[in-house]
Design a binder for this molecule. Structure first.
Ligand code: ATP
Ligand code: PH2
Ligand code: MG
Length: 213
């Protein structure tokens, strides 16, 4: 999704959560600068992402409790697997190294670093509330694609999307996935915090926009 299409949705999200666009822009410029510093070592290529997604069947894994049951119903080998943040650890526990990890670094980052050492590409999302995590962990990763939710800048992309899970779906769509299959998504999970519930409502709506396209 290009930024003009994303912008009105983003403004609704800022309003709904009371997030600061200035903080998001600061986060974007910090990630942009860090990736410039690390570009010879750690800048991943969108072409590599594209080669893993284009015309492929993509399995997007969210971190709902149903993930374990859901992956049993799929022949995971057939897919390009994209893990949303905490789903990475769950997949590793099942012997699956995701091809791509989409994260804002608020889960078990060490597991994500481990998966990247085993070949995963990491899509690191910077926003107004994770600046310290971005600064702390960036140097532990290689093959990084940077994303942000305000205006795109050098080295940082905005493919659209908000939560880690729906950003996986936007990414898969942006890079031309043949099919997008969801595993580990339960938008009505009763065992989540109020904040998570609100984020899942947005995730459901945003995924709906892409899957209806
Ligand atoms: N029932 C669920 N509980 C948690 N995550 C879910 C659920 N259903 C779908 N998801 C998706 O899985 C993604 C990864 O979940 P995780 O528990 O790692 O959350 P998170 O890193 O705190 O999410 P975020 O940073 O996006 O708020 C979420 O971003 C969400 O889109
Ligand atoms: N400013 C801000 N932006 C976000 C946040 C958040 O907590 N704060 N959480 C996200 C993932 O759910 C995505 N974007
Ligand atoms: Mg997260």
């Amino acid at each position: 999704m290009d930024f003009d299409e994303w912008k009105p949705i983003y403004f609704q999200i800022l309003d709904d959560f009371g997030f600061s666009i200035e903080r998001d822009r600061l986060a974007a410029s910090i990630l942009s600068g860090l990736l410039e510093e690390h570009k010879d070592r750690a800048l991943g290529s969108p072409e590599e992402l594209g080669s893993m997604i284009k015309d492929m069947d993509v399995l997007v894994c969210g971190n709902a409790p149903c993930l374990t049951d859901d992956i049993r119903t799929h022949d995971v080998e057939k897919y390009t697997v994209i893990a949303a943040d905490g789903a990475t650890e769950r997949l590793l526990d099942h012997g699956i190294v995701p091809h791509i990890i989409v994260t804002d670094l608020d889960g078990n980052v060490q597991k994500e670093i481990d998966a990247c050492r085993r070949g995963a590409i990491v899509v690191i999302h910077a926003h107004g509330d994770n600046i310290e995590a971005v600064k702390r962990y960036l140097s532990s990763f290689s093959k990084i694609i940077g994303t942000i939710q305000a205006e795109p800048l050098k080295n940082v992309y905005n493919f659209g999307g908000f939560t880690d899970g729906d950003r996986c779906v936007f990414l898969a769509h942006e890079f031309g996935a043949l099919n997008i299959t969801l595993a580990g998504f339960d938008f009505d999970d009763p065992d989540v915090s109020l904040m998570k519930k609100k984020k899942l409502k947005w995730a459901k709506e945003l995924i709906g926009i892409i899957l209806d396209k």
